[in-house]
Design a protein around this ligand. Structure first.
Ligand code: B3K
Ligand code: ZN
Length: 884
């Protein structure tokens, strides 16, 4: 019987498997409509288990035959129900042969084995291997794999799998074969195969130990002019992990393959990383500076998984952040080290925190809020979230903040010493950090078990007589689904104190011997007071430097304090933060005014003067100036309101941008001129920073929407020799009333029709343009280049509109929500994972005005009531609709 409510899986119910799989041998006869898979596995009874059944999982498979120790199993010898295959047995050793039949060309979910543009690819994390064969598909079951691939020689000249190629040859019937062996044991989610018409760029490098390794980047023919940056990024990643963590590539061969149809960014399959083309292909013509940066980060991320994820993996999927949070932290550090300069590091840090606030804070405050180590889920694919990844990375970063870089490294070394080759838990990582440093991190566990963004309220008292300065920190954490009351977290709060000249004071924290300009206060109780001595004058506090913990910190700064910090703080993060606080204040006030009918919005000379100083401060890197001049996003402002009014926020932010453009027009023009990057394009941080500031200036000037601004954007669009400048100018035009706007959009499409990643940009910038309403999006969906089946394309238009164009998406007639429901339902029938992502767009529906709320609720219900909805989407809309 099919149950309507899919079951919830609980962390507390974890039991070890009844059998371990030791070896796996697989043979694939690759045919798009009928691929035959023969799997032989040897299993060994887990002595600690009392379970008298061997459990395997399979989905959407045609089961041809099962043989146990060579004997065919009749249907009475096993039970097959709801994707679970149970074989009663208590034998010590078993050899199991399973034959399955797949239809990769009909697999639109892009999980398991599928066809993309005529080539075969796999995606097995988290539970895709069960779409290839019946298997104990859980990460604590680790085995070595030998894989034989057979296929048509012309159609599939390239046959790849994990590990090392040990044999290849002709089969005489127009087919050929390749035999691959992965010497490392791995969980099934790291299995991969690729077959098809591909070409590669390759390079051999010498590893630190002197061993040689072959590196390859595989792409479709015609894309070899776009692989150099990925190759460079891979080599840099290998070097960085050797240097920073003493971790070497353990294989003789490491491959990256790019595919156009992919559910997410990339996948760290052992030795055979499979990537979304978006995170591999780059040349100046098609990729922006941001793309170059993302490619470096994602190539690094997947490579770093080889140790943090592959060599040491997760015991169960509740531990996902063990590998993801840690690996994001590692890729963030890698990208920062690649920039090298202090201010470059700060810009990277600010970027990462922006993502956290833009996406993770809302998640933590909404219906899908979950701890970094969740306690339950319905569909694990829904838990590849910004909480697991980005908040998880913040949690790892806090170890480093508390233990220092060297202490963190000691913890990492101990982690590998203890757990190499094992499937472990988040607690094991914490224990390694604790034991390697002799530090009690018991309370730190709450970062893993409690959801929600903690709030820290700071108050200060200066005692002029005793020359002391007391900072009192009080923490609390809002209730989240299933977690009403929270216990205090262990929060590192880095602080500095500025004297009246804007210089850092030397800090004498009572009870601590060292004198420093930044001190990490460890807030462990609900409320604690920290006293600084020998404080000669009342300082301005710089709190939560470098964003030392993922919390909302509140302090009653005056506008003057913030302007002072903006101008002087030695901590670049807090310099930026002060400007953001100031701007957010103005935006919230303007939003409040915009909500009163007939009210007039007024400008604020003090803010524009502060921003003018930053814009013109030649001592600051252009990249920093750009990020500082960027106002808090509409989403970030929305999160600070009790009741969200998207139109009022949009109106307020646009008004502020326009008034800044007016007040600073001459300065922006100057910045535009001063930050040109003549000569050959290079994506290095300094050049990218200049382009970013120049294009920010253009976007402000374009807010004025006058003839001069139109000419500027049009000239840049026509003359650009790289995608960063071209797309920035086209974006400015798309948001304007420039007479050449339609022609520019048409020209852009014509120039890049053959480059899918650029066509995505074309859809995306139109989806996010101010004037694009639902009707315009529907029209764009009629474009021959649009397809719902390709996740990148669906994201470029539909997601960009629903998540990136709030004032239009939240149109008062509810047309955006009706559109959203239609698209979630349509996508769900094609690709549940992608649909469930889109389903998250209405997460925060309860925060909107009642008239919008009821329309959102109706749209959510419409999706929830759809027949045959996937459990992915069902979980998301179900949690959204559930009583608070
Ligand atoms: N580990 C993969 C994510 C797989 C997502 C499956 N739904 C990519 C990464 O985090 O590196
Ligand atoms: Zn990852």
């Amino acid at each position: 019987m099919r149950t309507d409510t899919p079951p919830t899986i609980y962390r507390k119910d974890y039991t070890p498997p009844s059998y371990w799989v030791r070896t796996v041998e697989m043979g694939f006869d690759l045919e798009p409509s009928a691929t035959r898979v023969a799997t032989r596995m040897t299993l060994e009874r887990n002595q600690t288990s009392n379970d008298k059944v061997l459990t395997l999982y399979g989905e959407e498979l045609q089961l041809v035959q099962i043989r146990l120790n060579g004997k065919v199993l009749g249907t009475k010898a096993y039970q097959l129900k709801d994707g679970v295959l149970r074989i009663p047995t208590t034998a010590e050793q078993i050899t199991l042969d399973i034959e399955t039949l797949l239809q990769p060309d009909r697999n639109t979910s892009l999980m398991g084995l599928y066809v993309s543009n005529g080539n075969f690819f796999t995606q097995c994390e988290a539970e895709g291997f069960r779409k290839i064969t019946y298997f104990p598909d859980r990460p604590d079951v680790m085995a070595t794999y030998k894989v034989m691939l057979r296929g048509d020689k012309k159609k599939y000249p390239v046959l790849l799998s994990n590990g090392n190629l040990i044999e290849q040859g002709d089969l005489g019937d127009g087919r050929h074969y390749a035999l691959w062996e992965d010497p490392f044991k791995k969980p099934s989610y790291l299995f991969a195969l690729v077959a098809g018409q591909l070409v590669c760029q390759e390079e051999t490098i010498k590893l630190k130990s002197g061993r040689e390794a072959l590196l390859q980047v595989w792409v479709e023919e015609g894309n070899l002019d776009k692989t150099q940056h990925a190759m460079d990024s891979l080599i840099n990643s290998i070097r960085w992990d050797e240097e920073r963590f003493g971790l070497e590539l353990d294989l003789d061969r490491f491959m990256i393959v790019a595919v156009g149809d992919f559910n997410m960014g990339a996948m760290e399959n052992k030795g055979l990383n499979i990537f979304n083309t978006k995170f591999v292909l780059a040349n100046p013509r098609i990729a922006t500076d941001v793309d170059y940066g993302n490619i470096e980060a994602v190539v690094g991320h997947e490579y770093f998984h080889n140790w943090t994820g592959n060599r040491v993996t997760c015991r169960d999927w509740f531990q996902l952040s063990l590998k993801e949070g840690l690996t994001v932290f590692r890729d963030q550090e890698f990208s920062a080290d690649m920039i090298g300069t202090d201010s470059g590091r700060a810009v990277k840090r600010i970027d990462d925190v922006r993502v956290l606030r833009q996406a993770q804070f809302p998640e933590d405050a909404g219906p899908m809020a979950h701890p970094v180590r969740p306690d339950s889920f319905v569909e694990i694919s829904n838990f590849y979230t910004v909480t697991i990844y980005e908040k998880g990375a913040e949690v790892v970063r806090m170890y480093q903040t508390l233990l220092g870089r060297d202490g963190f490294r000691k913890g990492m070394d101990l982690y590998f010493e203890r757990h190499d080759g094992q499937a472990v838990e988040c607690d094991d990582f914490r224990a390694a950090m604790s034991d390697a440093n002799g530090r009690d991190l018991t309370q730190f566990e709450r970062w893993y078990s409690q959801a929600g963004t903690p709030r820290v309220v700071a108050t200060t008292v200066y005692d002029a007589v005793h020359k002391t300065y007391a900072i009192t920190l009080k923490q609390s954490c809002p209730a989240t689904p299933g977690q009403k009351n929270k216990l205090p977290f262990h929060i590192p709060v880095a602080v500095g104190l500025l004297d009246s000249n804007g210089n850092d004071m030397q800090l004498h924290l009572r009870g601590f011997p060292q004198v420093q300009s930044t001190v990490v206060l460890e807030l462990m109780e609900e409320q604690q007071t920290f006293v600084f001595e020998d404080v000669s004058e009342e300082p301005v506090p710089s709190l939560l430097r470098d964003f030392s913990a993922p919390v909302n910190l509140e302090y009653d700064y005056s506008d003057a304090d913030l302007a002072f910090l903006m101008a002087h703080d030695s901590d670049a993060f807090n310099r930026w933060e002060a400007g953001q606080r100031l701007a957010a204040r103005r935006l919230l006030a303007l939003t409040a005014t915009a909500q009163q009918s007939g009210a007039v919005l007024t400008t604020d000379p003090a803010l524009s003067e502060s921003l003018r100083l930053t814009l013109n401060d030649a001592a600051l890197d252009p990249a920093f100036r750009e990020i500082a001049l960027n106002l808090p996003s509409e989403t970030v402002i929305a999160e600070q309101m009790d009741v969200i009014n998207p139109q009022a926020i949009h109106q307020a932010r646009r008004f502020l941008r326009q008034s800044l453009a007016q007040a600073l027009r001459a300065d922006f023009i100057e910045a535009y001129k001063a930050n040109q990057t003549p000569g050959d394009y290079s994506p290095d941080a300094a050049s990218a920073g200049k382009r970013a500031l120049k294009n920010l200036a253009l976007s402000y000037i374009s807010e004025l929407d006058d003839a001069a601004a139109h000419v500027m954007a049009q000239t840049q669009c026509d003359g650009a020799d790289n995608m960063t400048d071209r797309v920035a100018a086209l974006g400015a035009l798309a948001n304007s009333t420039a007479p050449g706007k339609e022609a520019a959009l048409a020209q852009f499409y014509q120039d890049f029709e053959a480059e899918p990643l650029v066509v995505d940009k074309w859809f995306s910038l139109q989806a996010m343009a101010r004037t694009t309403d639902v009707a315009a999006v529907r029209k764009l969906m009629q474009h021959p280049a649009f397809s719902l089946k390709n996740p990148n394309r669906a994201r470029s238009l539909i997601f960009s509109f629903c998540n990136g164009n709030p004032s239009q998406f939240h149109a008062s007639d509810g047309s955006g929500y009706a559109f959203w429901a239609e698209q979630v339902i349509a996508l769900d029938a094609i690709n549940p994972q992608v649909a469930a992502r889109l389903a998250r767009s209405l997460d925060r529906w309860r925060k909107y005005a009642p008239s919008l709320q009821s329309k959102m609720q109706a749209a959510l219900k419409r999706v929830a009531q759809t027949a045959k909805l996937s459990k992915d989407t069902k979980e998301v809309v179900g949690k959204s609709l559930a009583a608070e």
